[in-house]
Design a protein around this ligand. Sequence first.
Ligand SMILES: C[S@@+](CC[C@H](N)C(=O)[O-])C[C@H]1O[C@@H](n2cnc3c(N)ncnc32)[C@H](O)[C@@H]1O
Length: 252
Amino acid sequence: MPPPDHLLRNADVDWDAWPVDAYLAECYAKLFPLDDAVIVHHSAFYRRIPPDSVARSVEFGAGPNLYPLLLAGAASRCIEALDRSAANLAYLRRQIHDGPDPRWLTFHRRCRELNPALPTDPGQILARVKMIAGDGLDLSAGAYDLASMHFVAEGATEDPDEFARFCGRFVAAVRPGGYLVAAFIEGLGRYRAGTDRQWPGYPVDRDVVRAVFSPWTSDLVVDRIDRDATPVGFDYTGVVLLTARRREADGA
Ligand SMILES: C[S@@+](CC[C@H](N)C(=O)[O-])C[C@H]1O[C@@H](n2cnc3c(N)ncnc32)[C@H](O)[C@@H]1O
């Protein structure tokens, strides 16, 4: 970890310059084992939620990743994709209006194999997606029934307190009792996302995630999977996976 005065915080980098194409090429060129494991884990969570029973959900820091939106497509009638990066939102807008890139069809097939309640046409799911340009740290509390987050709090700051604030806003985004599902890269450090520019990374593990979420949640389950052969360009040791509900009375 860099010393405290060298930590990159969320406002220190230009998220509008997020390298969408390089990131997609590095992380989502195809369905790698890392994401397959996340999809298997999250599908078990989504299968327990009756279709169309969630009025409004949010994907917190959506980036250009379509599979978290596809996963939510049976449970949620309105999926809001929140991000502060104009580049990521422009990519999402094209996916919604012009149809998904062929790469996402494999992801959709896998999600549907594991949750047959998902529509056969990914376009039907994307029609439920609404883009929200904004800062997750300013997200108002209690507006959603379900919140999901993939590789954001630990990939958007190096400051432990700011990591906890991201997680706190994520939890507070749902009403008390609302559903939470998330994935964190374990052991991440500062990373490049396929270019020369550097992006903040905070190395978390299962204990860090459990300690941050415990005070605000009930039914908290924190799992992890080991690093696999997925050829990503950053160092990591595994993936931490979380499901929970927001506590009925909390301080998030
Ligand atoms: C490592 S990327 C993960 C992207 C995507 N969720 C995925 O699964 O690949 C981090 C994402 O967080 C977004 N982000 C960073 N700071 C944010 C903030 N304060 N509010 C909302 N989104 C933010 C970035 O624009 C980027 O899309």
